[in-house]
Design a protein around this ligand. Structure first.
Ligand SMILES: Cc1cc2nc3c(=O)[nH]c(=O)nc-3n(C[C@H](O)[C@H](O)[C@H](O)COP(=O)(O)O)c2cc1C
Length: 357
């Protein structure tokens, strides 16, 4: 269960090579209509593609519903059950990992914690595939947030040190973000091409690269969150770390704010023409004192390079207790970032909906 959420009770079952991956959600509003076709298209943004950055494991990722929603997409108020079938498992690729954990992955900690009683094929429950469930709920939340006029959009702000246009450089609009290629969402095309080159280069060196995803939530009302442990930054951060391979999160100017003077870091208030309170700058990322202030929420998430790389690596054999070398087989993303954009959006959408319900 996602305990930092108040109204939505989420349970996730299944694993990368199990028959299916399932999501159960309680607390969704009864009677609201979801466009299922649109939801599928949203979830498909995280699908593996025939591209250099992507795993060669191509799955259908068709969403099935077992309860909680009618055929025409009306939420019934019952516990929602959604699932996706796994159809392209190559489980033999993982045989050599049973006793020799992949550096950077969850194999070692899972084996110790669960004493080997765990289906770790394909990364098991730690697999990036589990984020399908986050995107299904995120896509539902996205449609429900429209009633509040809220729009959440994420994009790639860097890969392998190549930085592209971000909210830190200029005020971005929803339209500007939406112009970018939905499957490789970079706002500056030239930088996007350079990122692709870096990914291909890493892949041909049997390596991987990481990067950052920025996210903006527009038209968020004043007042979500609270002080201390009630803070909205804390809620977002908690939920964001549900995405595997996330290693950091910044709000607004983030770590750079520590180098600013107070006179720059402070976002000065003004009344705009309609007497709505705004701030001239948004270094605080739309949150003060843990409470949303009405400016867009801006945040940046750091993703590490994909742990499974084809290069030989040092590891241990947990059966023989020897130091050994490991060669990983199997199909892996050379860079997680392009597929993670929609996962980041989803987490923000889930946290916002949970606070608004
Ligand atoms: C969309 C997505 C795809 C991923 N694909 C892979 C992959 O192909 N190979 C891999 O080793 N890790 C992949 N990961 C990352 C691992 O799941 C993650 O690194 C691992 O569970 C350990 O968790 P940690 O990195 O948070 O410590 C992916 C993560 C996401 C979000």
């Amino acid at each position: 269960m996602f305990s930092a959420l108040d109204k939505l009770k989420i349970e996730i079952y299944g694993a990368s090579h199990a028959e299916k991956i399932s999501l159960f959600v309680e607390g969704l509003p009864k009677g609201k209509k979801i466009n299922i076709q649109e939801l599928q298209e949203y979830v498909d943004r995280r699908k593996a593609q025939k591209a250099a950055f992507s795993t060669a494991r191509l799955e259908g990722d068709v969403i099935h519903f077992a309860s909680g929603i009618t055929e025409d997409g009306t939420l019934t108020g019952e516990k929602l059950e959604a699932y996706v079938l796994n159809t392209s498992q190559h489980s033999n690729d993982y045989n050599n990992l049973v006793n020799t954990p992949r550096p950077g992955h969850a194999d070692y900690v899972a084996k110790v914690k669960y004493k080997g009683e765990m289906d770790m094929r394909g990364g098991g429950i730690f697999s990036g595939r589990m984020t399908l469930t986050i995107c299904i709920l995120g896509g539902i939340a996205r449609q429900l947030l429209r009633e509040y006029g809220i729009d959440v959009e994420a994009y790639i702000s860097s890969i392998a040190g190549i930085k592209s246009t971000s909210y830190k450089d200029k005020d971005l609009t929803i339209e500007e973000i939406n112009k970018a290629n939905p499957l490789f969402r970079v706002l500056d095309e030239e930088k996007g091409a350079q990122m692709m080159e870096k990914i291909s280069e890493a892949k041909s060196n049997m390596d991987s690269v990481g990067g950052t995803v920025d996210c903006m939530a527009f038209n968020v009302p004043v007042g979500l969150g609270g002080p201390l442990f009630e803070g909205f930054e804390g809620k977002l951060a908690y939920a964001m770390f549900a995405i595997p391979a996330v290693k950091g999160i910044e709000f607004g100017a983030g770590f750079d704010i520590s180098n600013m003077k107070g006179s720059t870091a402070n976002d000065s208030f003004y009344y705009d023409d309609n007497k709505v309170v705004k701030t001239y700058t948004n270094h605080n990322g739309g949150i003060n004192g843990g409470i949303t202030n009405g400016m867009p929420i801006t945040l940046r998430v750091a993703f590490k390079p994909t742990p499974s790389i084809a290069q030989k690596q040092k590891t241990i054999n947990m059966e023989t207790k020897e130091n050994v070398e490991l060669e990983i087989k199997g199909r892996h993303d050379a860079c997680i970032v392009p597929r993670a954009v929609v996962c980041v959006e989803s987490v923000v959408e889930i946290a916002l909906l949970d606070s608004l319900l």
